[in-house]
Design a binder for this molecule. Structure first.
Ligand SMILES: [Zn+2]
Length: 151
């Protein structure tokens, strides 16, 4: 039997007792403070998501940093977006594509065979490391395009 001190008369009474047998003062059983536990749980969750958020934001920032380093692009307008990529159509000239993207891109491959001049131009995507678009020009007309990770 757990004894507690009666708040009325100070005698030790059973914690299970509803009232003090001596003075009749109600005995409050000391329940564990659930609110406190709840608050700690909520705080933990908030802190957890706060940290996760910071990690994710950090990762995105780092990703953009990697992409910048890899592509050597300093101005974000030189990147290609998914929207710009979608505007590129077969048969367009390099100048038209250049105008859509807003930058010259980078020649990654150039082959001339039997009078066919094939050039692959790469534009880097904004943000995500490794994201890019490759557009294949055959005799200065778009014949193929491919992208990875554009936003
Ligand atoms: Zn009492």
């Amino acid at each position: 039997m757990v004894l507690v001190q009666c708040p009325g008369c100070g005698k030790e009474v059973s914690r299970e007792a509803m009232q003090c047998p001596n003075c009749g003062h109600p005995i409050r059983t000391q329940k564990p403070k659930k609110n406190h536990g709840c608050l700690v749980a909520i705080l933990s969750v908030v802190i957890f998501f706060g940290i996760m958020g910071a990690v994710v934001v950090g990762a995105i920032g780092q990703n953009a940093g990697i992409q910048k380093a890899v592509s050597g692009v300093s101005d974000s307008s030189e990147y290609i977006t998914m929207e710009e990529y979608n505007l590129i159509e077969t048969g367009m000239s390099y100048d038209e594509v250049k105008e859509i993207v807003g930058s010259a891109g980078e020649v990654t491959s150039q082959v001339e065979l039997n009078g066919l001049k094939m050039t692959i131009i790469t534009w880097y995507g904004d943000g995500v490391a490794g994201s890019n678009a490759n557009v294949t020009f055959t005799n200065d007309k778009v014949t193929a395009k491919a992208q990875i990770g554009l936003q």
